[in-house]
Design a protein around this ligand. Structure first.
Ligand SMILES: NC(=O)c1ccc[n+]([C@@H]2O[C@H](COP(=O)([O-])OP(=O)(O)OC[C@H]3O[C@@H](n4cnc5c(N)ncnc54)[C@H](O)[C@@H]3O)[C@@H](O)[C@H]2O)c1
Length: 303
């Protein structure tokens, strides 16, 4: 392995790469030597319609710059077709960047089943289908990198985005478990929560800021997470405008009651400040660490 991030002989799938962030990821992977499957259904931000030209244009751009890429126009909900395209065209798959996405913003009381379901289908089921189809190949070759695209709307919540927030944080739950299951086969799995000026955020971000939030300022992190150099797994990174930071869970040390006696709602009320006090907080890295304080409480009183 050389020091420089390179993808010679490596095959990368980027979903939703016909525009916005995905296009920037695909171009940067190709510039670093990857063979890229540029997937895009080419529909609207609301998830309506289809158009092959989006993916085709990005493939043309990559080829003009001397890179290698093929277009794929399937929906991510037909993930197996996208992976099959990588296998047919390039004989393998090494990196999956789950980036395709849509918005159906509505406040919860106006949310309709179709808005909820379509957002779930594209973001969660789509990312599942593509990754599930690639997984046996990554396992078999003992190498893989998978990147999911989460969002600050999932991590922190955002008005009018209950469907989108559910899907985006769901993808981080998927990231955490796939990181555990993939580790022994050298499949590393991470998630990003990007901010970029794209058609998805046009009109939502003030124009001067929008201009500066170039999609190209997200892709270097994605390409690093897709590389052999990257040994990180299970991570969640906020990225945008030339800035990158890592997110982690933080949990208060909490309050232990005597489990033999139980405790009342009034006990909860009386201890609320301590339950919510983050002084000396824990940062559990896994389930076992997460259960430490609870087990210590059991031990203190009963074991
Ligand atoms: N732009 C931001 O600030 C921001 C913030 C948080 C998360 N994200 C996420 O980043 C990702 C990229 O978004 P973007 O801002 O570049 O938006 P975008 O609309 O420019 O790009 C999304 C792409 O996904 C494609 N797509 C949609 N449904 C598809 C399907 N079923 N199959 C295949 N392709 C499909 C679209 O055609 C489009 O080209 C999305 O997952 C989005 O939710 C973006």
């Amino acid at each position: 392995m050389s020091d420089a991030v390179r993808f010679d002989d490596k095959v990368v799938i980027v979903t939703g790469a016909g525009g916005g962030l995905g296009r920037a990821h695909a171009l940067l992977f190709a510039r670093h030597g990857a063979k890229v499957v540029v997937n895009d259904l080419g529909g609207s931000t609301h998830g309506e319609g289809a158009n092959a030209s989006a993916a085709d244009r990005v493939v043309a751009e990559i080829r003009e710059a001397g890179g290698t890429a093929v277009a794929n126009h399937d929906s991510v909900t037909d993930g197996e077709k996208i992976v099959q395209c990588a296998l047919d065209q390039f004989g393998r798959v090494d990196v999956v960047v789950n980036n395709a996405g849509i918005l159906r913003d509505k406040t919860f009381h106006k949310m309709e089943d179709t808005d909820w379901e379509l957002v779930y289908k594209v973001h969660v089921e789509g990312a599942y289908k593509v990754t599930r189809a690639a997984w046996p190949h990554l396992r078999e070759q003992g190498y893989g990198r998978v990147i999911f695209t989460s969002s600050t709307s999932g991590i922190y919540g955002n008005f009018g985005q209950s469907n989108y927030g559910m899907a985006k944080l769901g993808l981080y739950g998927l990231t955490r478990t796939l990181a555990i299951e993939g580790r022994k086969n050298n499949i590393l799995v991470n998630a990003i929560a990007p901010t970029g000026g794209t058609r998805m955020t046009e009109g939502l971000i003030p124009p001067q800021v929008f201009e500066q939030l170039k999609p190209e300022l997200v892709s270097p992190l994605v390409v690093y997470l897709g590389s052999e150099q990257c040994q990180e797994t299970s991570g969640l990174f906020e990225v945008g405008g030339g800035w990158v930071g890592k997110v982690r869970w933080e949990r208060s040390l909490g309050v232990g009651f005597d489990p033999r006696e139980g405790f009342s709602p009034d006990d909860v009320a009386a201890n609320w400040q301590r339950i919510c006090d983050f002084e000396g907080a824990a940062h559990p890295a896994d389930n076992v660490e997460a259960l430490k304080e609870m087990m210590a409480n059991l031990q203190k009183y009963t074991l």
